[in-house]
Design a protein around this ligand. Structure first.
Ligand code: ADP
Ligand code: MG
Length: 462
């Protein structure tokens, strides 16, 4: 396998063969180096960023037979050369040992999942040139830090169709979103009514985050959303970016259009769910109403300007804290005097909804979802207060976070994961926090971390 890591100074490695087909003569080149040769189908039109490696065929002419024709991949991932590219994705069963059977939502295009040493990737087969476009959109969304699947690259392919003719396609490669579920798998076993409030929150929050970042989705639906359990609630991720448009700032009419599309699509998805589960699904009308209301609340919270008097400047801090509590990170504040200078108007630029996630990551290096992080940061604050009392001096948040990580999080997750390996470690830990809270409420006192852990482990074993 060819390593595609950024910054390596090795000579380009030659690679022959695209797995079973054995026709793909390719090598890795660093743009700008001598091996990078002109050719109708192998040069990028402008110099790409240094971190990107292009995999180009060695000959100037495209390879004669079917197979991989060009790949464009971010570093740190496999080269995917061993996949049976001469076949259409739908034909891979029994021909590709890396295939994984995982739940997927309904889609127009063929989607397959492959496993490279435990790292899972999703491959989506699109028309020529389309994967590059969706890749670019997903990369731009990642820069704007919206919750979406992570793009790895795109691959141009010539495969053989049913009649034996050549068929040009492009394949979008994304990292499989760990612990994610398409909506129908999530609600197949559990009662949608129980999750209804979480579903509403997750969808509204995703749309607000996209719109705050200037992204118009254009195809917001349950089919194009993946859900991940986030501290007992749900976080929604965009999975299909095909129709998205990116703006510097989104206009109200464009936001409205996205909400309209969602409403149109929700009805179809709920009917589909009802047919699948044979259980009554919630009313689409009521669900749309609730998503719109929740969206409106969150949008207003994140974007409304605030007016205050000159002697009320504490309200700037208050507004930032209020946004942070709701998970919004604040990038910039702008204050302008109005009404002859008597009043000040505060506008806040919200950058994303990752406030606690970023804070926890800075403090501990852990990568978790926002609601999980909020619960953990709250616990770190409690640990800090307890340590400060014990030591009779103020303990820094970083020191408390370190103690929390070593004495609580890591040992607890190691024990819980032995009983329940399928769940994300952060979600397991949040289950423990929830369990402790329930036990403490029943006992009307703080039962403590160890007692809650012991009890939860006993229950999991039962
Ligand atoms: N990176 C990914 N992680 C997990 N599931 C994915 C990923 N990419 C695609 N899927 C699954 O494949 C389904 C179809 O993908 P989508 O991009 O919506 O295809 P289409 O453009 O054909 O509608 C999604 O609903 C999801 O279940
Ligand atoms: Mg889709």
């Amino acid at each position: 396998m060819i390593g595609l890591n950024a910054g390596t100074r090795q000579e380009p490695k030659e690679h022959v063969g695209g797995g079973a087909e054995g026709h793909c003569h390719a090598r890795v080149v660093t743009p700008g180096r001598s091996a990078f040769r002109a050719g109708a189908w192998c040069i990028p039109t402008r110099a790409p960023r240094a971190s990107i490696r292009y995999l180009i065929p060695m000959d100037d002419a495209p390879p004669p037979g079917p197979g991989l024709r060009r790949s464009h991949l971010r570093p740190g991932h496999p080269d995917f050369l061993d996949l049976p590219w001469a076949l259409q994705l739908e034909e891979w069963d029994g021909r590709c040992p890396r295939l994984e059977d995982l739940p997927a939502g309904l889609s127009r295009h063929a989607v397959r999942f492959v496993n490279y040493g435990g790292a899972l990737y999703a491959l989506k087969e699109l028309g020529p040139g389309e994967a590059a476009k969706e890749y670019a959109l997903l990369r731009a969304m990642a820069e704007r830090r919206v919750p979406a699947v992570s793009a790895v690259g795109h691959i141009d392919v010539r495969s053989v169709d049913e009649q034996g003719g050549a068929r040009d396609t492009s394949v979008l490669v994304t990292r499989y979103l760990d612990h994610s579920l398409p909506y129908h798998s999530l609600f197949l076993r559990s009662d949608l009514h129980r999750y209804r409030a979480h579903l509403v929150d997750a969808l509204a929050s995703l749309l607000v985050q996209l719109h705050l970042s200037g992204v118009y989705w254009g195809d917001c639906s349950l089919f194009n959303t993946l859900f991940v359990r986030d501290a007992g609630a749900l976080q929604a991720f965009l999975v299909d970016a095909e129709t998205a448009v990116l703006y510097d700032a989104i206009e109200d009419v464009t936001r409205e259009q996205d909400l309209f599309v969602l409403e149109e699509n929700l009805a179809g998805a709920l009917a589909d769910l009802q047919a699948l589960t044979q259980r009554p699904a919630p009313s689409a009308e009521a669900l749309c109403h609730d998503v719109r209301r929740r969206y409106g609340e969150l949008w207003a919270l994140a974007s409304r300007p605030e007016m205050f008097r000159r002697d009320e400047r504490y309200r700037i801090d208050e507004r930032v804290r209020q946004l942070n509590r709701a998970g919004f990170s604040v990038g910039e504040l702008s204050i302008e005097p109005v009404d002859g200078g008597e009043l000040l108007r505060l506008r806040v630029l919200v950058t994303d909804r990752n406030f606690h996630r970023d804070l926890l990551h800075t403090l501990t290096g852990l990568e978790v979802l926002e609601a999980q992080a909020r619960q953990m940061v709250n616990e770190i604050h409690q640990v800090r207060a307890a340590l400060s009392r014990q030591r009779a001096r103020s303990v820094s948040l970083s020191a408390a976070a370190h103690a929390w990580l070593m004495e609580r999080f890591e040992p607890a997750v190691a024990r819980l994961a032995k009983r329940c390996s399928g769940e994300a470690p952060a979600e397991l830990y949040c289950r423990l926090l929830e369990h402790k809270w329930l036990m403490s409420e029943a006992a009307r006192r703080d039962v403590g971390h160890q007692a809650a852990l012991a009890d939860l482990l006993t229950r999991m074993a039962a």
